[in-house]
Design a protein around this ligand. Structure first.
Ligand SMILES: Cc1cc2nc3c(=O)[nH]c(=O)nc-3n(C[C@H](O)[C@H](O)[C@H](O)COP(=O)(O)OP(=O)(O)OC[C@H]3O[C@@H](n4cnc5c(N)ncnc54)[C@H](O)[C@@H]3O)c2cc1C
Length: 377
């Protein structure tokens, strides 16, 4: 029986663990630094069909339909006027049971946890050292050591395990942007609404069939090093108020009394795709590469990466990093381009952008290349 250690109990690590459950030849342990996972927050996540197809293999198609939503379109609006610019029909990439899906992140985590025996997850533990040989010897924060055949690194954007293994500072970089997120209730909208403003955009989408919605805004912001590292700043009511005002003042939509549970956090992205060359060690999810959030692919790519790492181990093949590197390149430039195009501020350039958008969303070849290659390939 092969022994596998998984570091981090997020979307990628949990999906990977679910795949292992389907084979009798693996024994695994998940090490999670938090004492417990937050299974109650109401914030949302979007899953495109590439990850829904994989999730269905572990039973996602059997979850209660009331807990998810299936938006058919992305509607683009000008934030300043709420005037519709154009729409993309994302349902054209759907097939039976594999539909673009939005839901609460906490619901996805609950689903992924559902089949994993509690004793497989060791909380309050992180990795402190690695010795590589025939087996991988892990030193843990409880001063114990354990030997494994494989190590899966899925501890997210700030992966400490990555720095330990690569023996260098691998911290991500601040993306000069801040996220503002919250919940809204009782809107009359089943699709994804994307509002474009100068130096910000925001997205509203349903997270279930109970009229609950996710609000997420990405706002360009230059912050000093001290400010970025100051967690109190992001929690302070003054900072939250100033971020909200920045958005509220530039949008015709009345968000003021509607947004609840507002939070903010700095956005980080990976500096580069590292040259990974480690036998029996697989980085997946944000620990492998963290994208700008403007293409909503982080979770879907985390699930894809976990699937590919699982197949690599199961088939004893050797193409994981090469294949992943190619896909990451494709997703990364699209995410950066979206971010750039969504935030344009010069009115003449905005006019051109809107015109180009109107043409592109009706161009089948463009959509198949820009979205289809990510959602389907
Ligand atoms: C504003 C914003 C909006 C987003 N929206 C979307 C979206 O709509 N659709 C989408 O697909 N993606 C979205 N994403 C991205 C998505 O959330 C991430 O890509 C995804 O959660 C990454 O999963 P993961 O498993 O790699 O990491 P995570 O889900 O972050 O999990 C990492 C886990 O590791 C644990 N951990 C951390 N350090 C250690 C350690 N040293 N030892 C042990 N455990 C550790 C953490 O506690 C956590 O449980 C968004 C991201 C942002 C910032």
């Amino acid at each position: 029986m092969k022994k596998i250690a998984i570091i981090g109990c997020g979307i990628s690590g949990l999906y990977f663990a679910n795949k292992l459950l389907s084979e009798k030849t693996y024994d695994f342990t998940i090490y999670e630094k938090k004492s417990e996972l937050d299974l109650n927050d109401g914030y949302g996540i979007q899953l495109s069909v590439n990850s829904v197809r994989l999730l269905n293999e572990i039973g996602f198609n059997r979850i209660a339909a009331s807990e998810v939503s299936f938006p058919k379109k992305v509607n683009f609006f000008e934030a300043k006027t709420s005037k519709k610019i154009c729409e993309i029909d994302i349902s054209k990439f759907n097939s039976e049971n594999k539909r673009y899906t939005t839901l609460k992140r906490s619901f996805l985590i609950k689903f992924l946890l559902n089949n994993i025996p509690a004793e497989k997850i060791k909380n309050n533990l992180e990795l402190t050292g690695v010795e590589r040989g025939q087996k991988i010897k892990l030193s843990l924060s409880n001063n114990l050591t354990e030997e494994f055949d494989y190590l899966i690194v899925s501890d997210g954007v700030f992966s400490k395990t990555k720095s330990i293994i690569l023996e260098k500072d691998t911290s991500p970089k601040f993306f000069n942007s801040v996220a503002l997120r919250g919940n809204i209730k009782n809107l009359d909208n089943n699709d994804i609404a994307l509002y474009l403003g100068p130096n910000f955009h925001f997205v509203i989408y349903p997270v279930n069939q109970n009229k609950e919605f996710n609000f997420i805004s990405i706002i360009r912001k230059k912050l000093s090093k001290n400010e970025i590292l100051n967690q109190n700043l992001f929690e302070s009511s003054d900072f939250l108020k100033s971020l909200c005002n920045e958005v509220y003042q530039k949008t015709a939509m009345n968000l003021n009394d509607k947004l609840e549970n507002i939070k903010s956090f700095p956005i980080y992205v990976s500096k580069k795709f590292e040259d990974f060359n480690y036998k029996n060690i697989y980085f997946i999810g944000d620990a492998l590469f963290t994208f700008p959030p403007s293409f909503a692919q982080g979770a879907s790519q985390s699930i894809e990466a976990a699937q590919e790492a699982f197949e690599e181990i199961n088939n004893n093949s050797n193409s994981y990093y090469e294949k992943r590197g190619l896909k990451i390149k494709k997703v990364n430039w699209r995410s950066k381009l979206n971010h750039f195009a969504f935030h344009l501020s010069n009115p003449i350039i905005v006019l051109f952008r809107n015109l180009i958008l109107k043409i592109l969303v009706n161009n089948k070849n463009f959509l198949n290349n820009y979205l289809g290659r990510i959602y389907k390939d």
